[in-house]
Design a protein around this ligand. Structure first.
Ligand SMILES: [Zn+2]
Ligand SMILES: [Zn+2]
Length: 150
């Protein structure tokens, strides 16, 4: 996802609201086993173009789909995270996001924000009871009489 700052500046606009689909470019962005993005994340928010930097204040919404980490049932869940970053038009700070030639690319910052907010596991419900370690029954729907220490 990128913005052409020269176009914005030429039109006399230094602020813009946006609400766009983000095309994920890396397939290792979600590293949970058997879990994928159900669709492209949405990024909506506000961009301010300042003299030597750009400030992005946006919300990223993404949906993960895959098997529940405990009971393996197919499940889907939507998450949101914030993207609040300043992008510098010149390289000076170590680790700061930058842009060059009036081309502001948000991909790295979006990937980072999503990666930081990914859950440790995908659960069908917070209180998912999981599978019985002995007989493999799904304890959310079946009752088994195995004795376990859990
Ligand atoms: Zn489950
Ligand atoms: Zn059992």
């Amino acid at each position: 996802m990128e913005f052409d700052l020269s176009k914005l500046k030429a039109s006399g606009k230094f602020e813009v609201e946006f609400d766009e689909e983000y095309l994920i470019s890396r397939n290792d962005l979600c590293d949970l086993p058997d879990v994928q993005f159900a669709c492209n994340p949405r990024v909506s928010g506000h961009l301010s173009v300042l003299k030597t930097s750009c400030v992005v204040d946006a919300e990223i919404t993404y949906t993960l789909a895959g098997s529940c980490s405990r009971c393996l049932t197919e499940t889907q869940k939507t998450f949101t995270c914030l993207l609040q970053e300043e992008f510098l038009g010149h390289r000076n700070e170590e680790g700061a996001y930058t842009y060059t030639s009036n081309r502001l690319v948000l991909d790295q910052a979006i990937d980072d924000a999503i990666a930081m907010s990914l859950p440790l596991n995908l659960l069908c419900a917070e209180d998912c009871k999981g599978l019985c370690p002995k007989c493999g029954a799904n304890r959310n729907v079946a009752f088994c009489s195995c004795e376990t220490d859990l």
